[in-house]
Design a protein around this ligand. Structure first.
Ligand SMILES: C[S@@+](CC[C@H](N)C(=O)[O-])C[C@H]1O[C@@H](n2cnc3c(N)ncnc32)[C@H](O)[C@@H]1O
Length: 231
């Protein structure tokens, strides 16, 4: 690997190797198996499908996906998250669920080309240049009719509005310590992680060879993209 290549195995911002952060994640995030099943329905994931989930975290989506599709590759840079997700899967007989230690830039997919690549709330860990590299890699992991589902913190307000919008986002989302992600967690996200504007994400998707088929803007801070290969 070239000496200029980004090391995506190191934690950026919130440390998801921290045992306490892993243990508190589902409560903080409001992880909900029923919501993961609804998403799988919306994405029309079927029994023949191969699914890759990058930044799988505690594995909630990957486990639900494994119950209804052929094979799931659950990928994360955090050994702690993977251990948690493995424990969750244990005893459920999900022999089609494969955990892999790696990231957007370091995971080498050696399975069949995927029908669906999902990444939720993880892509913002990469700086924008490396998001572009990661999208090219993800496109290569997909079969010809494969789709990419990207859900993340995506800012869709004018740059000049950043102070008001970021303050409003934190005020809307932050919870007291012990109940959810705190204002300090959101501040870490904005300061140390790499969430960016919708027009940057959309430009990167298109230049990496994706066609945006559906965009759902939840609010000024969250957006979903469902994409197909452009060619
Ligand atoms: C906020 S959690 C999201 C977990 C899960 N996808 C969800 O929907 O709840 C972000 C996850 O991305 C992982 N992550 C951070 N940097 C990454 C990278 N470069 N490649 C892949 N995963 C990464 C973290 O370890 C963490 O498990």
């Amino acid at each position: 690997m070239a000496d200029w290549y980004y090391d995506d195995l190191r934690q950026v911002g919130v440390d998801f190797e921290d045992t306490a952060a892993v243990a508190a994640y589902d409560r903080n995030q409001g992880t909900d198996a029923a919501a993961e099943r609804t998403l799988l329905d919306e994405l029309r994931v079927g029994s023949g499908h191969v699914v890759i989930d990058i930044g799988c975290g505690t594995g909630a989506f990957a486990l639900e996906a494994a119950r209804r599709c052929r094979t799931v590759y659950a990928v994360d840079v955090s050994a702690g998250m993977l251990a948690f997700a493995r424990r969750r899967a244990e005893g459920q007989g999900l022999h089609n669920l494969h955990f892999r230690h790696g990231g957007f830039l370091s995971y080498g997919h050696d399975g069949p080309r995927a029908d669906l690549l999902v990444t939720k709330y993880a892509f913002h860990h990469l700086p924008d240049f490396w998001k572009g590299v990661a999208l090219v890699r993800m496109k290569e992991m997909l079969g010809q009719d494969g789709r990419l589902f990207l859900r993340d913190v995506v800012f869709s307000f004018p740059p000049a509005e950043h102070r008001r919008e970021i303050d409003a986002w934190i005020a809307r989302m932050a919870k007291p310590s012990g109940e959810g992600f705190t204002a300090a967690d959101f501040a870490t996200h904005v300061r140390d992680e790499h969430s960016t504007y919708d027009w940057i994400i959309e430009g990167l998707l298109e230049r990496a060879g994706f066609r945006i088929e559906r965009k759902v803007r939840w609010d000024a801070a969250y957006t979903d993209y469902l994409c197909a290969k452009a060619a």
